[in-house]
Design a protein around this ligand. Structure first.
Ligand code: PLP
Length: 286
């Protein structure tokens, strides 16, 4: 039985409740963050807090909590639930007005809803999937035009995941106008020679917190990074590919649309970046 956080209270998960009029439920009018926990500490908390504020600002939504208090809630949930390795999910919605209405409610009379819960994932860092690598398929990217805002509108990414499962793969890379945008819940990269290639930041992709850290570490390790569009054809012909996200860190991709990359096993670059990312992030964890 988890202890979760709802609007200022720490409660057993079975007692935590949100109104049926909540705009997160009725309209996907909410934003979220997922922060990983290693050694009982938060990975890249600051990056997630900054992106959360940006998502709220872009949607004209007030923040119901200060950054310091948010850190305290994260830490308390980790402590109360005894999390050594896992994730913390955070969601803020525009709250629950008295009735359903397309217009935003007045924030003075309708406070935002905030919920947080932990997900216990022992072995997250030592994930055997990282040794094997994952398979992806390509699908059309038909999401909305503000993917840089981390909203809870996750129906299409969820459908993409199911399309991948049905095809015997692990995830889907989405393609828009011939170019890969990102994975259903991760950023996408290919490696050609010594060059790491990933789409540049824009409204078309989520600005991954792991992406920012991994690109920084790659540059510090004298690896060449190119932020530009790439096609699925270029990806299929790449030496290596990988994804990044807060819950998978760096994960090698070994097959795209049934085509194995190289010899079909993780190459040199992705496993090395995973190691560097895990080492450095653990050192900086709070
Ligand atoms: N892209 C999408 C669409 C995502 O949903 C996510 C994470 O959920 C990411 C990228 C990776 O972002 P982060 O590294 O901040 O977890």
């Amino acid at each position: 039985m988890r202890t979760v956080y709802v609007n200022g209270d720490y409660l057993p998960e079975t007692e935590a409740k949100v109104s049926i009029f909540d705009r997160g439920f009725l309209m996907a009018d909410g934003v979220y963050e997922v922060t990983s926990v290693l050694d009982g500490k938060l990975i890249d908390f600051d990056g997630h807090a900054v992106r959360l504020q940006r998502s709220l600002d872009e949607l004209d939504m007030a923040s119901p909590i200060t950054k310091d208090d948010l850190l305290e809630v994260h830490r308390k949930l980790v402590r109360l639930n005894g999390i050594e390795e896992g994730m913390i999910y955070l969601q803020i919605t525009r709250g629950a007005p008295d009735d359903r209405d397309f217009a935003f409610p007045d924030p003075e009379t309708t406070p935002q809803t905030i919920v947080l819960f932990t997900q216990n994932k022992p072995g997250l860092a030592d994930n055997p999937a990282a040794k094997k690598g994952m398979k992806v398929i390509s699908i059309d990217d038909i999401r909305w035009g503000r993917r840089d805002i981390k909203t809870v509108q996750l129906l299409y990414p969820s459908m993409g995941k199911m399309m991948a499962k049905k095809a015997g793969a692990d995830d889907a890379w989405m393609v828009q106008d011939g170019f890969v945008t990102e994975g259903t819940s991760n950023n996408a990269y290919i490696v050609k020679g010594n060059k790491i290639i990933t789409r540049e930041k824009s409204n078309d992709i989520l600005h991954g917190i792991t992406r920012a850290a991994v690109l920084r570490f790659a540059r510090e390790a004298q690896m060449e990074v190119e932020e530009r569009n790439f096609t699925i054809e270029e990806a299929r012909a790449a030496d290596e590919a990988f994804i990044t996200s807060a819950s998978t860190f760096v994960m090698p991709v070994v097959e795209i649309d049934g085509v194995p990359l190289g010899d079909g096993t993780p190459g040199r670059v992705a496993p090395r970046l995973r190691e560097i990312y895990l080492d450095e992030s653990r050192k900086a964890a709070v």
